[in-house]
Design a protein around this ligand. Structure first.
Ligand SMILES: [Zn+2]
Length: 136
């Protein structure tokens, strides 16, 4: 990023990072690299990702990415699938994070798990009915 340096300011910058390293830090000289904001031309720190003058992001995108919706986060999808099973599948299919192959695999797993759980429940129900009959 040294190609971006247009001015070294301030030239000497003391660091007081920790109490233990205070004395050592006194003698540690750090160069504060500066660069020019490509949006407003103000001098900002070379490591800055957001301009403090105009608020633009300097990562090349220019605009702040919209925050990912909470119901698209993997944990929300997992909780949804555990609670409502196949009814949470639209969350998977509308989710921009997953690829089509992943969506198909998740769908197959969820449907298989639902069928398996349904059969398990039916078997348990039949066993309970049978036990009640045996008691009576
Ligand atoms: Zn700026």
């Amino acid at each position: 990023m040294f190609s971006h340096i247009t001015k070294i300011s301030p030239p000497i910058h003391f660091r007081y990072t920790s109490k233990r390293g205070w004395l050592l830090s006194l003698f540690r000289v750090e160069w504060q690299a500066m660069k020019k904001c490509s949006f407003c031309a103000e001098q900002i720190q070379d490591e800055a990702i957001k301009c403090r003058f105009c608020g633009e992001f300097l990562d090349g995108s220019g605009k702040q990415k919209p925050a990912a919706k909470w119901y698209y986060s993997t944990s929300s999808v997992v909780i949804g699938l555990l609670c409502v099973g196949p009814f949470a599948l639209p969350l998977v299919w509308l989710n921009p994070k997953y690829k089509t192959a992943a969506k198909i695999i998740i769908t197959i797993i969820v449907i298989a798990a639902t069928i398996w759980l349904y059969r398990l429940m039916t078997q348990m129900y039949q066993q309970i009915i049978k036990q009640i009959h045996d008691l009576g």
